[in-house]
Design a protein around this ligand. Structure first.
Ligand code: HEM
Ligand code: SF4
Ligand code: SF4
Length: 551
């Protein structure tokens, strides 16, 4: 997996500098919003979910408004006027909400695009979401622009003519499309039926592509936390009440509209077209699309080797499906057993979809360090950082700080094991005579049994850290660590482990001082524990390999 920090990736060049700058801006904004919203409900981290929410607002208000809409060419404009005036209870509010939510949808979608780009999520495992995201831009604009036409006011007239003139710049139609709109007589009910068909059909297709867009992700964030959803709805409603959406004068095909209140969110391309030329707008559209489509294939991130994929070791896989449930990129499926063992299923990894995060190894029941095998081999593991090597490092580090084999709580400063991940602060730099360090691919690569193991060996406390809260590079690592440690998810931290001796601190690469403070305060709390609560747990009793693998 790629880091966004060019100094960490060796990236050079103007594009990398621009992206790093943009990333810093996003990080700053994230930080500014965190205190008010909380890291997990920060709208800047939930731009995809916000887009989904706005889409539903657009759908519901659209259906409501449609109930009072006249689908004939002559009746459309007067019916929108009646809707605006409140023909239906709150129909004027619904119309305004429909427009404002659509505008906000474009904004959140484009911000989401920029954010994913700053996080370098477009190559390898992200490619599918990126490419379907690019397709979504076209669907959203087509759905939105078509919506303006139904009002059949001067803005609609301007938009229809601009769109047809744009298409006419391509040598594909024998008869110019714009000719169909050069007089009021040509605006028929059939044409309006086509407009309505497009304005219902394209949003439905958009929904289908939105659904496809998140198919490669486990537990995609498509719903907003309730307070954020209500807050968004309230903001849109206030905007609707303060500045209700109204129509322009009715369309009149013989008369060219002069001054118009343009909706810049959707209709800016028309302005560019008339400012430059339809051909120039085609050129800009084609170049931007080509650049977006090329990123997953030609960028530096795309040329970095694909992360090494997880490997299943069948002799340690009992088919429990925990790895499938925890894999953030749906890279694992269960297939029929191939080795003749009594379990019906076995895990199978699709290497192309695997992000190399190690979260599956943290979920596997065979990853317990208490097993009495010399080399700890688990059911699913990462060749670049195997679980067995993690146990060796843990034991070596705890021996270094002098807690291995000690009989009771050591006097003096508490001895702490800090477990970190390769994507956040390098915890190896925290090593000192009282601090042992273990770094993993992701904090959720840590099987909770490792925490108990460290305490049983003699550590006073275990502190787990990873990316900044809500910013897990592997999407779900933080959720899984917290759910496992709260025993809400298997494998859970056993009840025998005193929670006062376990701490989780999310801190990004720039949060070193905060992490140092958190470690210091954890030490103080451990030092103040009464001796019986700081006492060493019963020393590790290694279980047999076969027992450990049972769910
Ligand atoms: C209708 C507009 C869009 C909606 C509703 C939408 C929604 C979402 C949602 C809900 C997620 C899952 C977030 C998570 O759980 O981690 C997501 C992920 C993603 N989106 Fe979008 N998206 C839209 C447009 C776009 C566009 C235009 C792009 C870029 C071209 C894009 C690129 C991505 C990428 C790369 C991911 C995957 C992140 C990862 O691999 O971890 N999306 N999107
Ligand atoms: S390392 Fe495991 S959890 Fe992570 S993406 Fe690959 S298969 Fe999924
Ligand atoms: S035993 Fe391990 S590898 Fe096998 S299905 Fe369970 S979690 Fe996956």
């Amino acid at each position: 997996m790629m880091s966004a920090d060019p100094s960490a990736t060796g990236e050079r060049g103007a594009a990398a500098r621009v992206r790093t700058l943009a990333r810093r801006v996003f990080d700053r904004i994230d930080g500014a919003f965190d205190p008010a919203f909380g890291a997990r409900a920060n709208p800047w981290r939930l731009l995809g979910a916000l887009s989904w929410f706005l889409f539903w607002v657009v759908c519901v208000t659209g259906i409501y408004v449609y109930a009072a809409f006249d689908t004939s060419a002559a009746g459309a404009y007067p019916s929108v006027e009646r809707i605006t005036a409140g023909a239906w209870p709150l129909s004027g509010l619904a119309r305004s909400l429909h427009r404002y939510a659509s505008d906000a949808f474009v904004v959140t979608m484009l911000l989401h695009l920029v954010r994913e780009w700053t996080h370098r999520r477009y190559a390898h495992v992200h490619r599918f979401a990126w490419l379907t995201g690019v397709a979504l831009i076209f669907f959203v604009y087509a759905a939105g622009i078509g919506g303006f036409w139904l009002v059949w006011d001067r803005l609609a007239q301007f938009s229809v003519v601009a769109t047809t003139e744009w298409f006419d710049a391509l040598p594909i139609f024998a008869e110019p499309l714009a000719r169909n709109f050069d007089s009021d007589a040509k605006i028929s009910d059939r044409l309006f039926s086509l407009f309505i068909f497009l304005h219902i059909g394209i949003p439905l297709a958009t929904l289908a592509v939105m659904w496809i867009h998140v198919q490669r992700l486990q537990r995609p964030a498509t719903t907003l936390p309730r307070p954020l959803a209500w807050g968004t709805l309230a903001s849109l409603s206030i905007a609707s009440l303060v500045k209700p959406i109204v129509s322009d004068a009715p369309a009149s095909m013989g008369v060219e509209p002069t001054s118009l209140a343009l909706d810049w969110f959707y209709l800016a391309p028309h302005a560019i077209q008339y400012w430059l030329s339809p051909q120039a707008l085609w050129g800009i559209t084609a170049a931007a699309t080509a650049a977006l489509l090329a990123l997953p294939y030609l960028s530096r991130a795309a040329r970095t080797p694909h992360p090494r994929a997880a490997v299943v070791e069948l002799s340690n896989c009992n088919g429990c499906k925990r790895c499938v449930a925890d894999c953030p990129y749906n890279a694992i499926e269960m297939i029929r057993r191939t080795d003749g063992r009594p379990h019906p299923l076995q895990a199978n990894v699709d290497a192309d979809l695997c992000a190399g995060c190690g979260i599956c190894a943290g979920a596997c029941p065979s990853s317990t360090p208490f097993r009495s095998v010399g080399d700890l081999v688990t059911g699913i593991d990462l060749p670049q950082k195997p679980i067995g090597a993690a146990r060796d490092t843990l034991e070596r580090e705890l021996a270094r700080i002098g807690v291995s084999g000690r009989a009771d709580a050591a006097p003096g400063a508490p001895r702490v094991l800090v477990v970190g991940c390769d994507e956040a602060i390098d915890v190896v730099s925290l090593r000192n005579p009282d601090t042992a360090a273990l770094t993993l691919l992701c904090a959720a690569q840590l099987p909770p049994s490792f925490v108990e193991y460290a305490l049983r060996i003699g550590a006073d406390g275990v502190l787990v850290t990873g990316c900044r809260e809500g910013d897990c590079v592997y999407r779900l690592g933080q959720d899984w660590v917290e759910e496992r440690f709260d025993a809400r998810r298997k494998p859970g931290l056993r009840a025998a482990v005193p929670r006062s001796r376990v701490r989780v601190v999310w801190a990004g690469r720039g949060d070193r001082e905060r992490l140092d403070r958190a470690i210091a305060s954890f030490r103080d709390e451990l030092a103040s524990l009464p001796p019986e609560r700081r006492a060493k747990l019963v020393p590790p009793k290694r279980e047999s390999a076969s027992r450990a693998v049972l769910p």
